[in-house]
Design a binder for this molecule. Structure first.
Ligand code: SF4
Length: 452
């Protein structure tokens, strides 16, 4: 039996698809190079933007044509499963709209993949899934020889930013037990993994509740978890040398967390801190739960405690009601913070969210113009910021052979910057010290330090 995955959207989806693949391979299934030959096709969907859903609609149209050629599983063709956020949002409507879809598995029904696999292997059809939906964290997934891994630690979102569909499709925040997380880190270390990224929609809103013998409840928060992980990795002499996390919410960045990062070298000095906008008025309309001033105060606190940190962000431009003055506030905030990189996008109304029906939607040509301006600005800021590191020595995790020059290798610094340099291929997957010599675009050219 063979399978084929199409995965869209965030790292959480990628981690969940990898975990499902692992379930399949454990049952003797093999990956297929093409949907045209696979017995099982899984589309793991994203609902964050309307364009992501349109793309998946297009794919389902293509699978409808493929079904005509190949037939369904009982005729020797294929089974099509749609999972992820779009499955959660549309549920059985997806099947009504696209008859080619055999199973819709929502965010809280992933446990039922085992039942679907059983049904396919027995050549029968599974009846509708009607059990109480629950969220289960995907078990560990790791390709053979992999040295980087994602570790989901929480799921869902309680924030309801007015433009975002995530809380509706991923549900409320659920944290994973510390015991389970540490066990997973031990398994990853047994595989020689060097770098992990803790994942969650609001990773730093992690909150695990436990009750002690006296019946007293306490909440274990993200700084506690980071400290516990750092101590555990040291104590177990783990292979894991870098711990990253994403995505964080600025409201939950605390000085305790930054103190832990400053103290523990295993925790990377790179923080992705999505600001979304520079105007307090727009941030309030977005329901981001912080003001421009709160955000800048956190940036100051971080930079004081972690002078070598790199900060990256997300910026959403063209939100309903955004004036030229609001836009200028974003420009000035970007200049003030000096992000190393930023993911910038313009607002697209998302059906089912509050912002979708807000008055004063911004015309497309203005949104595009404003976006173009901040992209140009960020390019200059990126160059200035990373240029400051030329001449320094960085610890680098060697990732792969460079795509542009096969005689060089590509690695990443702790601050998540790209470096190319000459180095023996057998060092892929190792930490090395590299002198950052010069910049080529936004990539450093480096030289391996002696003694690696
Ligand atoms: S914090 Fe806001 S943007 Fe992030 S997932 Fe939650 S609602 Fe969406």
């Amino acid at each position: 039996m063979t399978y084929f995955f199409e995965t869209y959207g965030c790292q959480m989806n990628k981690a969940e698809s990898a975990s499902l693949e692992q379930l399949l391979t454990a049952r003797g299934w093999a990956a297929s190079d093409s949907a045209e030959t696979a017995n099982l096709i899984v589309i793991n969907t994203c609902s964050v933007r309307a364009t992501a859903e349109s793309r998946i609609h297009g794919r389902l149209g293509w699978y409808t044509a493929l079904r005509k050629q190949r037939g369904s599983a009982k005729d020797g063709g294929f089974t099509l499963v749609v999972t992820g956020c779009m499955a959660e949002r549309l549920q059985e409507d997806l099947k009504k709209q696209f008859a080619v879809v055999d199973y819709v598995v929502g965010t809280f029904q992933k446990e039922h993949f085992q039942d679907i696999m059983d049904a396919i292997q027995d050549n029968r059809t599974l009846e509708a899934i009607d059990e109480e939906p629950v969220y289960t964290f995907a078990p560990l997934s790791l390709e053979k020889g992999a040295f980087q891994a994602f570790v989901p630690i929480m799921h869902g979102c309680n924030n309801f930013c007015s433009y975002c569909i995530v809380p509706y499709v991923r549900g409320r925040e659920i944290s994973r037990s510390p015991k389970e997380i540490l066990e997973e880190l031990d398994q990853l270390s047994a595989h020689g993994v060097k770098e992990i990224t803790l994942l969650g929609q609001n990773v730093n809103s992690y909150a695990w509740k436990e009750t002690d013998d006296t019946g007293t409840e306490r909440v274990l928060d993200f700084p506690w978890l980071m400290q516990t992980i750092a101590t555990h990795l040291k104590k177990t002499n783990s292979s894991i040398g870098w711990v990253r996390f994403m995505s964080s919410h600025p409201k939950d960045i605390s000085s305790q967390l930054i103190d832990v990062i400053a103290k523990e070298r295993v925790l990377c000095r790179h923080i992705h801190l999505p600001v979304q906008h520079g105007s307090t008025k727009v941030l309030t309309e977005m329901n981001r739960k912080y003001s421009r001033e709160d955000y800048l105060a956190k940036v100051d606190m971080i930079r004081k405690k972690l002078p070598d940190v790199s900060l990256t962000t997300d910026i959403l431009i063209g939100f309903p009601g955004e004036t030229e003055e609001d836009f200028d506030q974003t420009v000035s905030l970007m200049e003030k913070v000096g992000y190393e990189t930023a993911y910038m996008y313009y607002y697209n109304p998302r059906e089912g969210t509050k912002a979708c029906t807000m008055p004063n939607q911004i015309p497309m040509e203005i949104k595009k113009k404003r976006l173009g301006k901040i992209i140009d600005l960020q390019q200059k800021i990126t160059h200035t910021e990373i240029n400051k590191r030329v001449g320094t020595v960085a610890q680098v995790l060697v990732e792969s052979v460079s795509r542009d020059n096969k005689s060089e290798l590509l690695g990443r610094t702790e601050q998540d910057e790209r470096v190319v340099f000459s180095c023996p291929e057998n060092l892929i997957g190792s930490f090395v010290k590299v002198q950052l010599k010069e910049l080529s675009g936004n990539t450093f050219r480096g030289e391996l330090c002696p003694g690696n």
